[in-house]
Design a protein around this ligand. Structure first.
Ligand SMILES: Nc1ncnc2c1ncn2[C@@H]1O[C@H](COP(=O)(O)OP(=O)(O)OP(=O)(O)O)[C@@H](O)[C@H]1O
Ligand SMILES: [Mg+2]
Length: 302
């Protein structure tokens, strides 16, 4: 660098990061920080940091990929909306009422898809930037599970498609009810859409034993009461080699998949609550998702 740290302005705190091209074409990022004992005193030390550009490149590439995927996902429903509205406007008189209704239903479904995709993308940006807010309230998770199952059965699924097992007594759970609904909704929808057979939902109390904490750590983190929810089905399950990827965004295992954002959001929500989620194989051979939520605390105790 061509600046003189010892001579220059006494208020200067360092040099911003810049690209340095080394002989041989390798690129490094160089930054410097000037350490002074007093704010405008003499420079005592110069801390120079050198970083490779690979991580940043990778980051830029993954952003570009994300934008390409999002654009692609938005384009297909919008193409359909545009196609049907243009056809209807140009040839309104030539279609029967039934045909027009069918086209409008498709337009309606595609508009819903775009709305949902945008809501999911907003969730993802909140998760990625750590801005996902958790508004804790008492949540009766067993009641929430029953409500979701009822919604599926009123929508036309066989009532015996679902089996609910609740181990009482459950600890009082403080969580964000809307977000817990989102998690349950996604896992049940996946089990129905991607799985087969009976979908079993188990709600059990559990204690997570954290390895002994160093002296002075809060006692409650040692044996933390949690609520565990397991959703399993009897379908083909998730192949062993893909288990590490199910929670990444846009990963989908088959053609039947949606956008592949559901489980990424589920994991983000569970972790924002301080919980964790895992995937495995159920005893019946299908997929088994298990998440635990710390029982949390009312906001006034937190
Ligand atoms: N119960 C299951 N059985 C078998 N495969 C599953 C199951 N749940 C998820 N998967 C696989 O994991 C993939 C990712 O699931 P995820 O919920 O993230 O996305 P999606 O359901 O495809 O789309 P979205 O939820 O965004 O509409 C699915 O495409 C599917 O292949
Ligand atoms: Mg899904």
């Amino acid at each position: 660098m061509l600046t003189d740290p010892y001579g220059g302005l006494a208020t200067r705190g360092g040099q911003p990061e810049r690209n340095l091209l080394l002989p041989g074409g390798r690129e490094v990022l160089v930054a410097a920080r000037y350490v002074r004992q007093r704010p405008t005193g003499p420079v005592q030390r110069v801390v120079v940091t050198l970083r490779g550009t690979e991580a940043r490149r990778r980051n830029e590439r993954s952003h570009a990929e994300l934008i390409a995927t999002v654009a692609h996902e938005l384009r297909s429903p919008l193409t359909s909306v545009k196609g049907f509205t243009a056809t209807l406007l140009a040839k309104w008189e030539r279609f029967t009422d039934d045909q027009k209704r069918l086209m409008l239903e498709t337009v309606d479904a595609d508009a819903n898809r775009v709305t949902r995709l945008i809501a999911e993308l907003l969730d993802i940006s909140r998760i990625d930037s750590g801005r996902l807010e958790v508004r804790r309230q008492p949540v009766d998770i067993a009641a929430a599970v029953r409500r979701h199952v009822r919604a599926h059965t009123t929508a036309g699924h066989r009532p015996d498609l679902f089996l609910i097992k609740v181990v009482e007594p459950l600890p009082d759970l403080w969580a964000d009810p809307d977000k817990v609904d989102q998690v349950l909704g996604n896992l049940l929808e996946n089990a129905v859409r991607h799985g087969e057979g009976t979908v079993t939902i188990e709600v059990t109390p559990t204690i997570v034993t954290v390895t002994p904490q160093p002296a002075g750590a809060p006692v409650e983190s040692v044996g933390q009461p949690r609520t565990a929810v397991t959703v399993s089905d009897e379908g083909a399950g998730i192949p062993e080699e893909s288990m590490g990827r199910v929670f990444t965004r846009f990963w989908r295992g088959s053609k039947r998949g949606g956008t592949g954002l559901g489980l990424y959001i589920v994991k983000g929500i569970v972790e924002a609550h301080g919980g964790s989620i895992t995937v495995g194989r159920s005893s019946a051979g299908g997929a088994e998702f298990r998440f635990t939520l710390p029982v949390g605390a009312p906001a006034y105790l937190a």
